[in-house]
Design a protein. Structure first.
Length: 192
């Protein structure tokens, strides 16, 4: 078995408390990547609830690009960044994952999110912790099981993301049907 940091480079997010904000012209602005954005990227559907904080700064900050693999130290969940979140600033609560040639990005996300051995390692690392947050050291030291051939990884990664999107779409349809039926019931129970 190899450790994650032997096959993936990890880039920590910008510590938010170190960012010097300024509104002086001209100053670039950045939207902060959030847990909502991560969840949206995972299923490929943008939620309407997103209300990202915007920061104006001249500081050098870490941003995300479409296709980047990112891992949340808060939720212990990984995803692939979608085009809608291109250029978002990611804070110290996230880690960008830069896989080497032997591991596919989507398969890496699948492995981090779904592999039972990795989930167990993550849970063990949280025991005794006052704050339920994963550490960069803990992520680097994750022991990765033997990897399937690269082509098989690509297929597994594609199926994983397609399945998550399909499930999210089915849930959305079910929710809309419920709203529609409840509205119809309300109409039927109105009295003049």
């Amino acid at each position: 078995m190899v450790k994650l940091n032997e096959i993936v480079a990890l880039v920590s997010g910008t510590p938010q408390f170190r960012i010097t904000e300024t509104r002086a012209e001209p100053t670039p602005s950045y939207l902060l990547y959030s847990q909502t954005d991560l969840a949206d990227d995972l299923v490929g559907i943008l939620s309407e609830a997103a209300d990202n904080k915007r920061i104006w700064t001249r500081d050098q900050v870490n941003t995300l690009a479409s296709g980047d693999a990112v891992f949340s130290l808060i939720s212990g969940t990984g995803t692939m960044v979608r085009e809608a979140h291109q250029g978002y600033l990611y804070t110290q609560n996230y880690v960008k994952l830069l896989p080497g040639e032997q591991i596919d990005r989507k398969f890496l996300v699948y492995l981090l999110n779904e592999n039972s051995a990795i989930k167990k390692q993550l849970l063990i690392g949280l025991q005794g912790s006052q704050v339920l947050k994963y550490s960069l050291r803990q992520i680097k030291d994750l022991e990765i099981p033997t990897l399937p051939p690269f082509e098989k990884q690509k297929i597994i990664g594609e199926i994983y993301f397609n399945q998550l999107r399909l499930q999210a779409l089915k849930n959305r349809v079910a929710n809309l049907e419920t709203i529609m039926r409840l509205h119809k019931l309300e109409e039927e129970t109105k009295y003049d």
